[in-house]
Design a protein around this ligand. Structure first.
Ligand SMILES: [Zn+2]
Ligand SMILES: [Zn+2]
Length: 161
């Protein structure tokens, strides 16, 4: 599946495959069940594609890659699945790339920060520093925080500046 960026630098594939991919999906199913939600077939398939990529993927690439036999999904199927996965902490939307990335694990609606390489597109989730402070300042203003995502752009260690 095409990544958001492509460069000639050499990278490992960060996505999950084989047993690790199955384990990731099984863990997601267990988390859904514990929360009284259902990892329906479309949600599971979209999460599988995101975990397999390990990188931000645009919705239209998910739609195109959805069918095992190469047939595309109906767009609303994928958008609804992405909405569920994002809302429940299985994936994050990266606004600046207009793409989605699987979450390495975290609670529902957790704050997240991303280091995004503008050369190869490799994107890493890190714990956002200062999230508690933003939550406090928001609460002081009577603001109900429903999401917090920090997107940091630059160059990864494998892409020479
Ligand atoms: Zn996350
Ligand atoms: Zn890079």
């Amino acid at each position: 599946m095409a990544h958001v960026h492509a460069c000639d630098h050499d990278h490992d594939q960060p996505g999950l495959s084989g047993g690790a991919l199955v384990a990731g999906l099984t863990a997601a199913e267990a988390r859904c069940a514990a929360a009284g939600q259902r990892l329906t077939a479309p949600r599971r398939r979209v999460l599988e594609l995101l975990l397999g990529s390990g990188q931000p993927v645009k919705a239209y690439d998910l739609i195109a890659a959805y069918g095992a036999g190469g047939e595309p999904a109906k767009p609303p199927t994928v958008y609804r699945a992405l909405e569920f996965l994002s809302r429940h902490g299985f994936a994050h939307r990266i606004e600046s790339l207009n793409a989605y990335i699987a979450c390495g694990g975290g609670s529902e609606g957790h704050a997240a920060a991303f280091l995004i390489c503008d050369c190869c597109g490799r994107t890493r989730e890190i714990a956002p520093v200062g999230a508690a402070e933003i939550e406090r300042l928001a609460a002081e203003r009577g603001f109900t925080l429903t999401g917090l995502t920090v997107e940091a752009h630059g160059r990864c260690e494998d892409c020479p500046a």
